[in-house]
Design a protein around this ligand. Sequence first.
Ligand code: 13P
Length: 256
Amino acid sequence: MATRIPIVGGNWKMNTNRASAVALARAVSSAVGGLGGIEVVLFPPFPYLLEVGKAIEGSRLALGAQDVHCEPDGAFTGEVSASMLRDCGCAWTLIGHSERRHVIGEGDDLVNRKVLAALGAGLNVILCVGETRGQREAGQTDAVNQQQLTSGLHGVTREQMRRVVIAYEPVWAIGTGLTATPEDAQAAHAAIRGTLGRLFDSATAGGARIQYGGSMKPGNAAGLMRMPDIDGGLIGGASLNADDFGAIVQAAAHAG
Ligand code: 13P
C-alpha cells in the first residue's frame, strides 16, 4: 500500500482579525512544532496572509489561501491570482469549497479553471468535494463526488496530481456539529480513491491524499483518521482554537 503523509489544514474562513490571526498562527506553531511525519497548512483570510506567513516562518507550518482566481491578471475587480498568492508565500490554495459552491454559486467549470490555473502557477491544490444532505438522502453521495472530481480534475496530468489533495467535505456536516461516522466517511473516501483510479491510474490513486472535513473536533478526529483511506482533515471551527487544532493534528500524526 502507498505510504501517504497525512495532511491537516486549518481553514479559518472569514474569521480572526490582524492581531488574532498572528497570535493564532504562533500558538498553532508552538502546539504542533515538535511533530514529524505530517503536513500542516494554515488558510487565513487574504489580508492576513503576509503577516501570518511571517509568524510561521521557519516553522513546520505551510501557508495557503482559501480561494484563487482562474485568470493570471487583468480587469477582475476583487479577485486574487495564483501568482499573487505565491508572491505572498502561499504554497497551497483551497478550491471548490462548499461555501463557494453553494453560497457564492461557483460551478464545476469555474472550479476546474481555478484548479488548472493554480497548478500551472506552481501552487498545490486542495480540491473540495462533497454532497448535500438531500443528495446523501437520495443515495447520490458517490455519484456527486465522482462528478465533482471528474469535472474539477479535467485536464490535470498524473504528474500534477502529486500536488493535488482531495478534501471530502459532506456539506451537511460543515459547521453543523454533525460528523460522518468513520465508516460512512471511509466508504466515501474509498469511492473517491476508486474514481481517481479510473481518471488516472491505480498508482496515482494510491498516492493521493484524501482529507475528511466537516465538524472534525479533538473528540472525533482519532476515529476518523484511523480509517485506511482518510489521510488527514480540513478543519473549520476547531482550527480557530490552537489547542483543539493541535489535538487534531496530533491525532492525524499518530494515526499511521
Ligand atoms: P467545520 O470544521 O467548521 O465543520 O468546517 C469544515 C470546513 O468547511 C473546512 O473547510
